[in-house]
Design a protein around this ligand. Structure first.
Ligand SMILES: *[C@@H]1O[C@H](CO)[C@@H](O)[C@H](O)[C@H]1NC(C)=O
Ligand SMILES: *[C@@H]1O[C@H](CO)[C@@H](O)[C@H](O)[C@H]1NC(C)=O
Ligand SMILES: *[C@@H]1O[C@H](CO)[C@@H](O)[C@H](O)[C@H]1NC(C)=O
Ligand SMILES: *[C@@H]1O[C@H](CO)[C@@H](O)[C@H](O)[C@H]1NC(C)=O
Ligand SMILES: *[C@@H]1O[C@H](CO)[C@@H](O)[C@H](O)[C@H]1NC(C)=O
Ligand SMILES: *[C@@H]1O[C@H](CO)[C@@H](O)[C@H](O)[C@H]1NC(C)=O
Ligand SMILES: *[C@@H]1O[C@H](CO)[C@@H](O)[C@H](O)[C@H]1NC(C)=O
Ligand SMILES: *[C@@H]1O[C@H](CO)[C@@H](O)[C@H](O)[C@H]1NC(C)=O
Ligand SMILES: *[C@@H]1O[C@H](CO)[C@@H](O)[C@H](O)[C@H]1NC(C)=O
Length: 833
């Protein structure tokens, strides 16, 4: 008896609602409602409208979404793009199974959705973001949708819409341009993110199956080839790469602005537009491809594109056109091949040319390990003959992770304002390459901004040539080097105090520089272990022939150590060997390698008890005191860090690697440089920012080193694992909160230790890392503090502490100085692999 009346009531209600919908004030419909041609839904804030439309000159009807507020009809989404309705019979409703159904003529299904779950109380709503969502009203979770139009982008990417992949479902979010302005059916011009097995994804625009444009891989800050992705007044961008999804998304800084990213088949471009209300028009904000060089693979394999150069294509250094004939006619598609083939037998003598400011090559044949650093990356690349290039996979801060490329390098271009470093493999230099080196120099002076470390100087360049470019301050030092040079030219051997070894002695001692004798790879060449005839063990650092920066460091180290430095806490130079292109430094051998191999290694660190650590700290402090105050020259080391502290068989520390050291004359206590070299995490702020180095910037590095020895934690990268808090900041907080002992390396906690010593060390290190150089103690005070001979004052807040992101800012600003000299950052010797 009741049933008919309920039906009657419901029918009435439906009729009522249905008629109200037609006035366009509703943003949603439920199961028993529908939208027919002529009626629309409008989002609650009035930004978007859903309804039927005919594009361009076409008479076909499509269901779509467009901006409600602007007079130029701009459609951002289409349901039945390839299946138009050719009259006004279209009707959108929610089917009994809870799916959207678009019916056309004669009630035929033109378009429909498939959702996995059957909803109890489905509701279709147009959100103010432009997203058309189907949800179950009985599901309390506002964010859970059965279906949403944002999952099926057409040619337009709106804010909050994702481009990429849902890795849980395998669903791809990509854009496809309309065939033409009259036909919204997807054409063959598409834009999406392509997955790589090693999560080094990049975006491609394709024309059919052909690659048309590449964004470059995500490098932590932006897509490598997309310098436009930088801080801008209009939008923020977000990239996610985790187990759930790989996606790119942007959001507008001011929600009242209107902006869209659209793919256009007619113009073969991807454009960002902004609505200019004053002019009532869409203004183009950026259009990709930006220029000729953005065209995918324009210069072929192993070529690079330089916009503004004529012709725009050029082979990479050490490569020549595969077909000179075609190249001359500006057909670069065949690309370039190596001048000299790479010989795999000689792989360990290969080197790398460093390029800066590049869009990284196509990542199709790449391999990524985000857990290793650049040095390890280099070694990994060197070890595999088919590895052609490497660089950091993440360029945030100092840079991290490793990416290797195999086979040909494709689609490289120069991006002067935001490109990246790339290290490209080169064969060992042969003497007959002289002319090419010269040719390269010419290119460089012509103003090309590609800084190629390692390529500039080769074995052929005689030392004297370099000396004219040497920027050392003291003329006295130049004289000393000249003495070596003249000796090299058959001059005055007897003037030199430093023993000179001949090349055959070196070859015998190191068993012809055999692989088994190789201890590691320093920044400017390999280091070998050797034994002299008298049984003395030595370490031989060999300047690799193509290491450009290396020769400066080689000379610098000679100059410094040549200055008759003698201290038990400094590594001892036994002599050198200069034979034509070969240049080597000979040191005493340190059986226990470097300090970092102990304190940062979970196993090895257990072997280093507190008393030994304290002895090492004291030893380093005495060595540094000698450099700063007691030696003939005042020497600033500038790159004090754990890997530059070597340990002899009794675990006595020896400061090594003077490649970046500077001497100050007389009573001078500070100097400036516009080439900041050093290692992040150890650099004093005034040095990192302003290039001002002094004995106090070394004191700062010593403070950091002490904290590392105490805590067993690396300063470099510490903030990545600790919410942006630096090691220094962490030590300061622990001290302030009265729990300094939590800083101590876990593996020391149970061993007996002298807590008053530990506390004194932490306190002293905090004094060393104070923000202001004048507040920091000199090394003579530090030595007394460590000995417990003076009372310790309260430290002022350290540098790189403060807000959690303080360190990042430091990173950015100094990375500018560093961009051209990254090679300098990690010069280590005697480091076993
Ligand atoms: C509409 O399309 C149908 C086939 O889908 C076709 O038979 C019919 O002629 C078309 N009508 C008009 C007016 O174009
Ligand atoms: C319309 O639908 C009816 C029944 O479903 C069918 O018999 C008829 O052939 C259809 N007409 C057209 C033009 O498709
Ligand atoms: C893409 O489609 C257009 C016409 O729509 C055609 O001219 C062009 O050849 C196609 N390109 C590719 C690579 O398929
Ligand atoms: C956002 O843009 C509107 C219109 O251009 C402007 O009036 C408003 O002040 C802007 N809001 C902010 C926070 O900048
Ligand atoms: C594509 O470019 C054509 C020609 O400039 C233009 O008329 C059309 O509106 C553009 N399409 C989109 C989606 O911006
Ligand atoms: C070098 O790398 C390639 C590509 O990853 C790999 O297939 C090959 O096995 C590697 N060779 C060696 C010797 O590791
Ligand atoms: C240091 O080297 C010496 C000589 O090789 C060795 O006997 C000693 O065990 C090493 N010390 C540590 C802590 O590894
Ligand atoms: C230290 O000792 C405690 C108990 O004596 C033990 O639970 C802990 O695992 C030890 N820690 C280390 C690092 O040995
Ligand atoms: C701790 O070291 C200080 C000097 O460094 C010494 O005077 C004191 O006796 C030591 N205490 C212990 C328990 O070893």
């Amino acid at each position: 008896m009741e049933a008919p009346s309920i039906w009657f009531l419901r029918a009435n209600l439906l009729f009522f609602i249905f008629t109200t919908t037609s006035s366009s004030l509703f943003d949603s419909i439920s199961q028993f409602q529908s939208i027919s041609d002529g009626k629309t839904l409008v989002s609650s804030g009035g930004k978007f409208e859903l309804g039927f439309f005919s594009p361009g000159t076409s008479k076909n009807r499509y269901l779509g979404i467009w901006y409600k507020k602007i007079p130029v009809k701009t459609v951002v989404w289409v349901a039945n793009g390839c299946n138009p309705i050719n009259d006004s019979s279209g009707l959108l409703s929610i089917s009994s199974t809870g799916n959207l159904v678009l019916l056309g003529k004669n009630r035929s299904v033109v378009w429909s959705t498939t959702s996995v779950k059957q909803p109890q109380n489905p509701l279709l709503r147009l959100l103010d973001s432009g997203n058309l969502v189907l949800k179950d009203e009985n599901d309390g979770n506002q964010e859970s949708y059965l279906w949403q139009s944002f999952d099926y982008p057409c040619d337009t990417l709106l804010p909050y819409m994702k481009l990429g992949w849902n890795l849980r479902t395998g669903h791809k979010w990509s854009l496809s341009a309309w065939k033409n302005p009259d036909d919204p059916c997807p054409g063959n011009f598409t834009y999406g993110i392509e997955l790589r097995p090693h999560k080094y994804s990049e975006g491609y625009i394709r024309q059919g199956n052909d690659k048309f444009y590449r964004t470059g891989p995500w490098n932590g800050l932006r897509f490598s080839g997309s310098p436009e992705l930088r801080n801008n007044p209009l939008y923020d961008f977000h990239f996610v790469d985790d187990d759930n999804e790989v996606s790119y998304m942007y959001t507008l800084k001011n929600e009242s602005l209107i902006s869209r990213l659209a793919l256009n088949q007619t113009t073969s471009t991807r454009e960002r537009y902004v609505w200019i209300a004053a002019d009532q028009t869409w203004e183009q904000y950026i259009s990709v491809p930006r220029d000729y060089c953005d065209k995918y693979g324009l210069c072929g394999a192993n070529g690079k594109c330089i916009i503004g150069q004529n012709p725009v294509c050029e082979c990479l250094e050490g490569f020549k056109p595969r077909s000179q004939e075609n190249w001359n006619t500006m057909d670069w598609s065949q690309g370039c091949k190596r001048d000299l083939p790479l010989s795999c037998q000689e792989k360990h003598r290969h080197g790398f040319i460093k390029y800066v400011g590049l869009k990284l090559p196509d990542t199709t044949n790449s391999w990524v390990d985000n857990s290793i650093n650049l040095e390890e990356c280099r070694a990994k690349c060197l070890n595999n003959c088919s590895c052609m290039a490497y660089t950091n996979s993440d360029i945030r801060g100092k840079g991290n992770g490793c990416v290797l490329w195999f086979d040909d390098l494709v689609d490289i271009r120069l991006i002067p304002d935001g490109g990246q470093d790339l290290y490209i493999r080169m064969p060992a230099v042969q003497p007959e390459r002289k002319t090419e080196i010269g040719a390269y120099d010419k290119v460089k002076t012509a103003g090309i901004t590609v800084a190629v470390m390692g390529a500039v100087v080769s074995g052929m360049l005689i030392l004297g040539y370099c000396i004219s470019r040497l920027r050392t301050t003291a003329s006295k030092e130049k004289i000393m080097i000249n003495e070596i040079v003249s000796q090299n030219n058959g001059g005055r051997k007897e003037d030199l105090d430093l023993p000179l070894f001949d090349i055959s002695t070196m070859a015998t001692a190191t068993n012809k520089f055999s692989m088994e004798n190789k201890l590691g790879e320093g920044g400017f060449g390999p280091v070998y272990r050797g034994m002299l005839k008298d049984g003395q063990e030595i370490a031989v650092k060999r300047l690799s022939e193509r290491s450009g920066q290396g020769i400066n460091e080689f000379k610098n180290e000679l100059v410094i150590l040549f200055a008759k430095l003698q201290h038990r806490n400094l590594v001892k130079l036994l002599g050198c060997c200069i034979h034509g292109e070969e240049k080597m430094l000979v040191y005493e051998y340190m059986p226990n390698k470097s300090l970092d191999s102990f304190i940062f290694d979970p196993k090895q660190s257990k072997q280093l008890e507190w008393w030994q650590r304290f002895q090492i700290i004291c030893g380093i402090s005495r060595g540094l005191l000698y450099l700063h105050h007691d030696s003939r020259l005042r020497i600033i080391h500038r790159d004090l860090k754990a890997s530059n502290i070597l340990l002899d068989k009794e675990m006595n520390p020896k400061i090594s690697d003077f490649g970046m050291a500077r001497t100050l004359l007389g009573d001078q206590t500070e100097g400036y440089t516009n080439r900041v070299v050093g290692t992040y995490g150890y650099m004093a702020p005034e040095y990192a920012y302003n290039g001002k180095f002094s004995i106090k910037s070394d004191v700062f590095s010593f403070g950091v080193l002490m904290l590392e020895i105490i805590s067993g934690k690396r300063s470099t990268g510490f903030h990545h694992q600790n919410d942006g808090v630096t090691l220094i900041g962490y030590a300061w907080t622990m001290m302030q909160e009265g729990r300094p002992f939590e800083l101590i390396d876990e593996c020391l906690r149970n061993s007996s230790q002298n807590l008053s010593e530990v506390l004194r060390c932490i306190h002293t290190s905090l004094l060393c890392v104070q923000q202001c150089p004048v507040d920091r103690p000199s090394m003579s005070s530090v030595v007394m503090m460590l000995a417990g001979e003076v009372a310790l004052v309260q430290p002022k807040p350290p540098a790189f502490f403060m807000e959690s992101n303080g360190y990042f800012e430091a990173d950015y600003s100094s990375s500018k100085h560093l961009s051209s000299s990254t090679n300098d950052i990690t010069i280590t010797i005697l480091e076993a692999r």
